[in-house]
Design a protein around this ligand. Sequence first.
Ligand SMILES: Nc1nc(=O)c2c([nH]1)NC[C@@H]1CN(c3ccc(C(=O)N[C@@H](CCC(=O)O)C(=O)O)cc3)C=[N+]21
Length: 291
Amino acid sequence: MQILDGKKAAQAIKDELKISVAQRANEGKKIPHLAAILVGNNGASETYVAAKVKACEETGFKSTLVRLEADISEYKLLEAIEELNTDPDVDGILVQLPLPKHISEKKVISTIDPGKDVDGFHPMSVGKMVEGLPTFIAATPYGIMLLLEQYKVETKGKHAVVIGRSNIVGRPMSILLSGNSNPGNCTVTLCHSHTANLKEICLQADIIVAALGIPEFVKADMVKDGAVIIDVGITRVSDPSRKSGFKLKGDVAFEEVSPKSSWITPVPGGVGPMTIAALMKNTYLACETKN
Ligand SMILES: Nc1nc(=O)c2c([nH]1)NC[C@@H]1CN(c3ccc(C(=O)N[C@@H](CCC(=O)O)C(=O)O)cc3)C=[N+]21
């Protein structure tokens, strides 16, 4: 068993970006600027957005955090996005999900200027990704691809089983892994809550991407010897022995699954930090393309 160390790989990406940004500054060029919108004060969202702002500071990016009340109207939120769309200094826009129930996430995502869509959630970005055209790729699937690349994990000809069909992780992941480049060239099975014989399908997997959001769902008896395990889950479960009152659990039962795996991502320290590194790469790309 070997660890796919997302924390380390993410640091390497941020170090590279930091040098590129310093070089741009030296040449008198514009520095990347990420604007994040946070609606309400969901605890997990606060943590993630704070981590994104911190990553900007570490790499020399400019960042702006726009905080809006949980009861803001959809119209007001769309206005805030339009303002960032037209601000020439802003390169990347991210609206932290999930949003309050009264706001349409689809409408919000579609309002973001596709040239600034560093989350890669806009239908235009998704369409380009499906066609294999250069575009912003959603940060979590992109981060996973970068991690596989960094550790030179062989994917060609492998059977990848993706569990979870969300627009932000499972579905794009299935498309990227089946793509005609490296990493990729997998045969992909996309599983979800209505999949019959999930255990049997998982047992055939050379690569499992667990992105369903149920803590410790993937058990040892679902995993073939030598499989590569990518754990996208990050559920907060209560743990009174900790200062924070919770600990993070992945979608994989790490203790029993890891001995069977060839490669495995830990939680925390796996996919999470790579998500942020990928977002930074997208923001740098947005800046470079525009300026
Ligand atoms: N518009 C939008 N874009 C996103 O990219 C987005 C989003 N909404 N909503 C929620 C998910 C989740 N997400 C994570 C980012 C970092 C960590 C991360 O850094 N995790 C650390 C631990 C952080 C902690 O202590 O909680 C780790 O796994 O090591 C996790 C999850 C981005 N998402």
